[in-house]
Design a protein around this ligand. Structure first.
Ligand SMILES: Nc1ncnc2c1ncn2[C@@H]1O[C@H](COP(=O)(O)OP(=O)(O)O)[C@@H](O)[C@H]1O
Ligand SMILES: [Mg+2]
Length: 360
């Protein structure tokens, strides 16, 4: 009965998956994997996986580690193909099999699904040129804008009542534009990160304190830290900006209901490995989550929130998350988001500081 159920489940799994035996031979594959690899199960079963499945990353070590640690691993951004299909960009998940020492399960997540995540972690070229243009404009607009503000302030000196209200409006709106332009310039002027060994909880504390005084004054902020985390290796100022932007968004979202709560969570998770541009793999085991209980991402922009100028708010600039994703990608880190009404999680994965960078 259980075995039948298991078989049915395996056959209905809408995910390309391969079960490997202790010798890395293919013990079973899902129908979705037959389609994905464009090979029949018959031609694959019992064959050494490396004879049949081409992956442009050395996975033997990853398999060995999964078998040894009995814990799953993710490897992102690899090309997977077979003799009969063109390579497809995928994220791969490798997991141990319960009560079975030798077998491992390999799941392939083809690029279309992974795409949304990738977009968070790279700035698209259209967005880049939009930003370049905006930066130039920002620079050009700021001077005349300062002139307009000054003139309005001079005018205001001789005015009273309704007229004064109008000049105040000019000044206030001009300030708003200047602030937006500052943000655009900040985005364009981002310098390469100056990395140091940094305690992540110190940064979170600073972000929490400034949020508690400002944007999140009416919220409850709960800390759920793993105090044993080693230092991370980041540009402290830039990462502070990341946490501030995320906390500001969380506060703005959670504030839409009574007594909103922001949860800051840190933990250690060895399962994510990021492939760097040079092909080597980086481990990003330090995880920071910023969680709010607000209404969740607006569905119509959910897949674009990391692009510049995408905002679901009336007075939003849409630059907060664009800057966040730019900073994270400059650090070779990883950011992801999961959102349902009532729970939105932004998750950042960062590297551990190399030993030699620790100041005694
Ligand atoms: N924690 C969150 N909960 C719900 N929606 C969010 C959250 N964070 C971001 N968003 C959505 O993503 C949009 C883009 O955010 P951001 O880039 O910071 O720009 P801005 O805050 O200026 O609108 C926001 O306008 C909002 O609609
Ligand atoms: Mg924002």
């Amino acid at each position: 009965m259980t075995a039948d159920w298991g078989e049915t489940l395996w056959a209905s799994l809408p995910v390309p998956a391969i079960l490997l035996d202790a010798e890395d031979c293919i013990a079973d594959i899902t129908p979705a994997a037959e389609v994905f690899l464009n090979c029949s199960a018959k031609s694959l079963l019992g064959k050494p996986v490396w004879d049949k499945v081409m992956v442009d990353a050395p996975l033997e070590e990853a398999f060995a580690r999964v078998r040894k640690d009995r814990a799953g691993l993710f490897i992102n951004d690899v090309y997977v193909g077979s003799g009969t299909c063109a390579p497809v960009q995928c994220n791969i998940q490798i997991g141990p099999v319960l009560r079975d020492e030798g077998r491992v399960l390999v799941l392939f997540e083809p690029r279309q699904i992974a795409d949304r995540m990738d977009r968070a972690n790279s700035v698209k070229s259209a967005a880049k040129s939009a930003i370049g243009m905006a930066e130039m404009l920002a620079h050009e607009i700021k001077n005349p804008l300062a002139g307009i503000t000054g003139a309005a302030q001079l005018l205001a000196m001789g005015l009273a009542g309704d007229d004064l209200e109008l000049t105040d409006l000019i000044v206030a709106e001009a300030r708003r534009i200047t602030k937006l332009l500052d943000q655009v310039e900040q985005f364009g002027n981002l310098r390469p990160p100056l990395r140091k060994s940094v305690n992540i909880h110190d940064l979170l504390d600073r972000a929490r304190k400034s949020a508690a005084l400002g944007v999140a004054a009416r919220m409850k902020i709960v800390e759920d830290y793993d105090p044993s985390l080693p230092n991370t290796y980041v540009d402290g100022d830039q990462m502070l900006q990341v946490f501030q932007n995320l906390m500001k968004n969380a506060a703005e979202a959670a504030d839409m209901k009574e007594g909103g709560t922001i949860r800051l969570r840190t933990f250690y998770d060895l399962s994510l490995r990021l492939r760097r541009r040079d092909g080597t793999a980086a481990r990003l085991p330090l995880v920071v989550e910023i969680i709010d209980d607000g209404p969740g991402l607006p569905p119509d922009i959910a897949s674009d929130i990391f692009d510049p100028f995408v905002s679901g708010r009336e007075n939003g600039t849409g630059l907060g998350l664009a800057l966040v994703s730019k900073i994270i990608s400059e650090h070779d880190g990883w950011i992801g988001v999961e959102s349902v009404p009532g729970r939105t999680v932004f998750r950042i994965s960062l590297p551990v500081a190399p030993k030699e960078t620790e100041t005694p």
